[in-house]
Design a protein around this ligand. Structure first.
Ligand code: ASN
Length: 297
């Protein structure tokens, strides 16, 4: 089978397996939002993509984080295959992990804890691997890739511990050395966006997490518990030097009442890249959007 066809088949099985798993867990699927008056601040991606329509600017969605928080007011468990546009710096074109348009499976659970969504994330990933092994195991083997089995629970390491042990480039190092997916937890407040919840018992530390793939494939998933109280959200926005006005729609929702929640997003192209063992996420898409590069179609 051609590499492009294999990528399409694996992607299709991954999408189906995620949907089947989440619907069985009581989730409902939300249609994606592409244009919004407010989107994820993502301070590591400084350039914004906007269009003008009806006399005002609209952001192309960078993540549906605020929509997820709004959606769990309506239904306790929601997910979405969310197309995100992030104008990544051109240096990231060769990271193997960045496209400026990609899709993430984004989910959120009302009144859930971090531990609960971590457990869900592990079970979701193992279900996807098992479905792909069954449907595409042979085709992948022909490309020299064996779909791996992993024991649960995956190991956990705190951000501070990882940095102490593996130095400045700890994420790369940890992913390279790992034999199973590994959780990175408890990021310091300065490292993440304002919506991840600060641990009430450990000021300065967030109740959040990333999951790293083994074999050097890097970040799989990112999420955490959320700030949901208006006064805390305001303090966090100001603490990051952002303006309250820019996040007005979120603050209005919070004043009206948000639920505590937890969730995460898992990059679909990164997951398919990991399963197929490809060098670059661009190989998973028929029409990839690589930072700084033109597209044929
Ligand atoms: N999806 C992520 C989350 O749920 C947010 C992001 O993509 N930046 O925390």
């Amino acid at each position: 089978m051609k590499r492009e066809a294999l990528a399409l088949e694996v992607t299709s099985v991954v999408l189906g397996a995620c949907r089947e798993f989440l619907v069985n867990e009581g989730f409902v699927e939300l249609l994606p939002v592409v244009l919004a008056p407010v989107t994820d601040p993502l301070r590591t991606t400084p350039e914004w993509a906007t269009i003008t329509a009806y006399g005002r600017p609209w952001y192309l969605t960078r993540s549906m984080i605020f929509h997820k928080q709004a959606a769990v007011r309506v239904h306790p468990k929601i997910f979405c295959f969310s197309p995100n546009v992030r104008l990544e710096p051109v240096e990231r074109a060769h990271s193997g992990r960045h496209l400026f348009e990609f899709v993430q499976l984004d989910l959120e659970v009302r009144e859930a804890t971090r531990d609960e969504v971590m457990d869900l994330g592990e079970r979701l990933l193992l279900h996807v691997l098992s479905e792909v092994r069954e449907a595409c195991g042979q085709a992948l083997r022909a490309w020299g890739r064996e779909v791996p089995h992993y024991p649960r629970p995956f190991p956990r390491i705190s951000w501070h511990e990882a940095r102490r042990e593996f130095g400045e480039d700890f994420e790369v190092e940890l992913s390279r050395r790992a034999k199973t997916p590994v959780w990175l937890v408890d990021f310091p407040i300065s490292e993440r966006e304002f919506y991840d919840r600060e641990d009430p018992e450990r000021p300065g530390i967030l109740r959040d997490m990333d999951l790293l793939y083994p074999e050097g494939f890097g970040e799989a998933l990112s999420g955490g518990e959320r700030e949901y109280e208006a006064h805390r959200i305001k303090r966090r926005i100001l603490g990051q030097g952002l303006s309250l006005e820019a996040y007005g729609p979120l603050l209005a929702l919070a004043e009206d009442g948000l639920f505590p929640s937890a969730g995460f997003g898992i990059g679909v192209e990164r997951l398919v890249r990991f399963i197929c063992g490809f060098a670059h996420v661009a190989e998973t898409r028929l029409f990839p959007r690589v930072p700084g590069q033109d597209a044929l179609l």
